[in-house]
Design a protein around this ligand. Structure first.
Ligand SMILES: *[C@@H]1O[C@H](CO)[C@@H](O)[C@H](O)[C@H]1NC(C)=O
Ligand SMILES: *[C@@H]1O[C@H](CO)[C@@H](O)[C@H](O)[C@H]1NC(C)=O
Ligand SMILES: *[C@@H]1O[C@H](CO)[C@@H](O)[C@H](O)[C@H]1NC(C)=O
Length: 973
């Protein structure tokens, strides 16, 4: 009844509209991220409009260069490099930031440091040998710069020249500009030498080159002023040499103390650097006139592992040097030294179990900026956290939505075990609320105000309790990242509710390693309330190359482990080792909470490993088919597996091969796209003339994407899309599309499958097929059981029935304006609402494409009849899919480098939550068929009430009259 009502409503709703401007920031949120820092941030001062601004410049693992506002940690600007253009180094001077990137680090870009404005791009000459070092320095006053790349020095400015080293076996890694000359310095362990070159900075003429013998153990050096300094590990001494244009100065040594290392703290111009002694002491050193090393300050001996050092200048140009170390037990201590001032000592109350250990240190006056092993960036002032960013969110591997439980009062009633008296008491208690409820109801009814539990959960309402709202818009997003951290995010605001860090289990003590999440599942909670648990399956790769499969099971509301041994949410999340070895595949058994984990020997491990799970699998084993990608010597292939138990071999079920998908020669499997499973509201499509097409609903279908291998990129082999039946490996639908770039392997194919509907997107190069222009295409395919009114009941059919191969495909192709990086469909609670396709485009937008536009029955040769318009909302075919800006659900946000989009139903049938993640995070709500199930805000309830009252009054008045009339009729008949 409800469904037919909803369907009726659906048919009455007009075309779906875009979201309203007033909803921006209310129903959606966007987190602009920069990625995990690769190097210590560089604190940079620049003057803009007469005020000095401080920014932190940092390169990150998401291949971008970012400037953060040092005051509040917000992103001032960022430049995202192309995948093929990896960032190699960056250098700051005045209001210019120069970055080198690309193969051979030959692409030079210059940005304005406070705005990120790209002022020029230049391609430098590429080195002819392997890259060993790049450096850029700036000439004071002229604004010219010198770029060093292995054996080449290029001057960029009004005068341009390139100097090439006469001997390519002496690669350089650092440039030094003194008043007298420009020097290039490098050490090579291979030749056990320090090589130097002196060049005229104006003309580029070579003054001298030289090399000096060093012990082969020297691998690095620092430059302070015009002196090059290094540590000789064998003798624990310091070696140094002064730079002069003749390059004749001889090497001196310092042997009075036992040296472990020298550290560059970016204070070259102040002639300061740090030397670390073998006993854990450290000295701030300065090279004095006459080549004498002077100790300016001694940091006392520290315990624990080697300290981190950072140096910098404050606004007045005063140098600061900080030392940070972690002593046992786990306190992080910092000392900050300023020449002529007292040393400032603090300790940071950083919770390493929530944020990981300190990876990099930068100093900004007395403020410290640290980055951690889990990708956090934090600014500390003394022991106070000023701001923090969680940048591992730019590296989410798996994510899921979790519905919140009902508010506690309702959820805690256990109806079955309740005695008569307790029920009586509860009901009496509940009646207390009745007057308030009645009043609220009356008010709502008359005024049309939304119910108290806010209809529209505002993105900024952080106070709302963690309980389900009336429409299920507030949920929790559980995300696991490549940096071994787990976050609970609030879908209403994007706020981080809790953070956990994966422990390393046995590898935690001294061995080290990484935990890589691979799958995430939501299962019923173990506790009696109706809460859910989240299960994360991860691979732990220890540094000694051992791989284990670990399961973490947590409560999504708090991040607490479900295991009673791990109640402490302040510790690391340790999880349970389930397989001593890598995981081959994981599946969830449909309609259950049992997860099948297949190990490298194809044994089936069950999670949870209980008798009930064993019984379940024993019952289902003959009908379970597990298709997945297996790696063979000639590349990956799709293989179907059945399950069997052979007590002689193992006490576990084994997966054995049942079929292999045969592909054309040269085609190679790229990926599997699993169907998006959800409720199916209707089994067929009713056409305008009252005939029906029955949907082909085979629950075992999945999509395989293939690409041509390099040797076979002839015209015939291209990129393939296959819809395969998982039980037998039979191909139900297949298509081949051309490779994007002729003569080169690699496909850029994206697909999504739901119910009987497949949508894929690809690039069609020029002149590939007759009469086709180049551009992106989107293809929509619907699979039906047969012709009109032909029904085979594909959804319940055995996989081996002959009819299961009877499929009719309707398909149409459209020109689409954008390249995409991710595609999915919306999902709603009952599957009645039509589904939109959601895509993330290469120009950093999220678009929704309505189902109506992708109907493969759009008519090419005639106009749709009124019945067809009414029943199917059929529209004429147009090869171009219009690029309607109203369908950009991300408005003006830049949602950069989206890798994946997930969707989740709300409690309201009309609405679906959409979460896109990649570099940035973006969440919004969409209503593909409009919100037909809530009344419009402008709906006139008063009028409705008046009409109803009027009708009632009419009845009251008319009823006696009618009765009298009837009576009279009987008398006089
Ligand atoms: C600086 O001043 C210029 C014009 O004088 C203005 O366009 C710009 O917005 C200002 N920048 C800031 C950050 O206030
Ligand atoms: C940094 O933030 C502060 C306050 O939050 C603001 O006044 C300043 O202009 C910002 N600086 C830049 C470069 O955006
Ligand atoms: C109904 O419409 C379909 C498609 O438009 C057409 O193929 C079919 O012949 C029609 N059936 C009848 C009975 O008119």
């Amino acid at each position: 009844m409800l469904r037919s009502l909803l369907v009726a409503l659906l048919l009455c709703t007009p075309l779906s509209l875009a979201i309203h401007e007033s909803d921006v920031g209310l129903i959606d949120w966007h987190k602009k991220l920069i990625g995990v820092p690769l190097a210590p941030p560089v604190v940079h001062y620049a003057v803009m409009n007469k005020t000095t601004q401080r920014v932190l410049l940092v390169p990150t693992s998401s291949n971008l260069l970012a400037a953060l506002n040092a005051t509040d940690g917000s992103v001032v600007w960022r430049y995202v490099f192309d995948d093929s253009d990896g960032i190699a180094s960056f250098h700051v001077n005045g209001d210019v930031v120069v970055a080198l990137s690309g193969a051979g680090a030959t692409m030079m870009r210059s940005f304005e440091s406070l705005t990120g404005f790209l002022s020029f791009e230049k391609r430098l000459e590429a080195p002819t040998i392997e890259l060993t070092g790049v450096d850029v320095i700036f000439e004071p006053n002229t604004g010219a710069m010198f770029a060093l790349n292995t054996h080449l020095i290029t001057r960029v400015g009004e005068v341009q020249w390139t100097w090439d080293a006469p001997d390519k076996h002496m690669p350089y890694s650092k440039l030094v500009h003194t008043g007298a000359a420009l020097y290039a310095v490098g050490v090579s362990q291979h030749t056990a030498s320090l090589h130097l070159a002196a060049v005229n900075p104006v003309t580029g003429a070579q003054i001298n080159t030289a090399w000096k013998h060093l012990p082969p153990s020297v691998s690095s050096f620092v430059v302070s002023g015009d002196t090059v300094i290094w540590v000789v590990p064998a003798t624990e001494s310091l070696g140094f040499v002064h730079l002069a244009p003749s390059l004749r100065e001889s090497i001196r040594t310092e042997k009075t103390l036992k040296w472990l290392a020298v550290v560059d703290v970016d204070l070259r111009d102040k002639e300061l650097f740090v030397g670390v002694l073998t006993n854990g002491e450290a000295r701030v050193l300065k090279v004095q006139e006459g080549g004498v090393l002077e100790s300016m300050h001694a940091f006392p001996v520290n315990d624990g592992p080697q300290a981190l050092f950072a140096g910098g200048l404050d606004e007045a140009g005063e140098p600061y040097i900080a030392r940070l170390w972690t002593s046992t037990p786990k306190t992080i201590s910092v000392e900050i030294y300023t020449p002529g001032k007292e040393v400032v000592k603090t300790s940071l109350p950083l919770n390493t179990h929530k944020h990981g250990t300190v990876a990099h240190l930068a100093i900004d006056g007395l403020r410290l900026v640290i980055t951690t092993s889990t990708g956090a960036i934090q600014a500390w002032e003394k022991d106070q956290l000023v701001w923090g960013r969680e940048e591992s969110l730019a590296t989410i591997d798996v994510a899921t939505f979790v519905e919140l439980p009902l508010p506690e009062r309702i959820a805690h009633v256990n109806l079955e075990d309740e005695s008569f008296f307790s029920r009586l008491i509860r009901q009496i208690e509940d009646t207390q609320d009745f007057p308030a409820y009645a009043a609220a109801f009356a008010e709502r009814f008359v005024t049309g105000a939304p119910p108290r539990e806010e209809v529209v959960v505002s993105a900024h309402d952080r106070t709302a309790a963690l309980a389900r709202d009336a429409f299920g818009f507030k949920q929790i997003l559980v995300t696991a990242t490549a940096y071994g951290s787990l976050f609970g995010l609030d879908t209403a605001s994007g706020a981080v509710l809790w953070t956990r860090v994966f422990g390393l289990g046995w590898a935690g003590d001294g061995v080290g390693g990484v935990v890589k999440p691979v799958k995430i599942y939501v299962v019923e909670g173990k506790s009696e309330s109706e809460g859910k648990d989240v299960v994360v399956i991860a691979q732990r790769r220890a540094n000694n190359k051992l791989v284990d499969t670990v399961v973490f099971r947590i409560d999504p509301l708090t991040g607490a482990s479900v295991s009673p041994f791990e109640e402490n949410t302040n510790g690391l999340l340790e999880g349970t080792d389930v397989i001593q070895g890598p995981l081959t595949q994981a599946f969830r058994i449909p309609d259950s909470d049992v997860i099948i984990l297949i190990d490298e020997f194809f044994q089936i491990n069950l999670y949870p490993d209980t008798e009930a799970s064993v019984a379940l699998i024993a019952g289902l084993a003959p009908n379970l088919y597990l298709p997945f990608i297996e790696n063979f010597s000639n590349g990956p292939r799709i293989v179907g597996h059945g399950l069997k138990l052979d007590q002689n071999l193992s006490d576990k079920y084994l997966a054995y091969r049942t079929w292999g998908l045969s592909l054309p020669a040269g085609a190679r499997v790229k990926s599997i796209v699993k169907p998006r499973v959800g409720p199916v509201a209707s089994l067929g499509k009713v056409l305008g003339n009252r005939t029906t097409l029955y949907k082909y609903l085979n629950p075992r279908m999945f999509v395989v994407l293939t690409e041509g291998t390099e040797e076979s990129t002839s015209r015939s082999s291209g990129c393939g899309v296959y819809v395969v039946d998982g039980a037998k490996g039979s191909v139900l639908y297949s298509a081949t599309v051309p490779v994007p770039v002729q003569g080169r392997a690699g496909c850029d194919l994206h697909a999504t499958l739901t119910e009987n509907w497949l949508v894929y997107h690809y690039y069609e190069g020029e002149g590939e097929r007759d009469g086709e222009t180049k551009g992106w295409r989107i293809v929509t395919v619907e699979l039906y059981e047969g012709g009109l009114d032909e029904k085979t009941r594909s959804s319940d059919m055995s996989a081996f029935s002959a009819d299961s191969m009877q499929v009719e495909a309707l398909e149409q192709s459209y020109v689409y304006a954008h390249g995409i990086t991710a595609i999915t469909t919306t999902s709603t609670k009952f599957g009645i609402t039509s589904k939109d396709i959601i895509v993330a485009t290469q120009n950093n937008k999220i678009h929704a494409i309505p189902r109506r536009m992708l109907n493969p029955r759009r008519l090419k040769d005639r106009k749709p009849t009124p019945e067809e318009q009414q029943e199917e909302q059929l529209i004429p075919y147009d090869v171009i899919m219009p690029d309607d800006p109203r369908r950009t659900i991300s408005h003006t946000y830049q949602v950069a480098n989206t890798r994946q989009i997930i969707t989740s139903p709300a409690l309201l049938e009309s609405t679906s939550l959409v979460f896109a993640y990649g570099l940035d995070l973006f969440l919004t709500r969409v209503a593909p068929s409009n919100t037909f199930d809530i009344l419009n805000k402008s709906f006139n309830k008063a009028q409705l009430v008046l009409t109803v009252c009027g009708l009632a009054l009419g009845i009251v008045i008319a009823k006696p009259m009618v009765r009298r009339k009837r009576l009279r009729e009987r008398w006089y008949q």
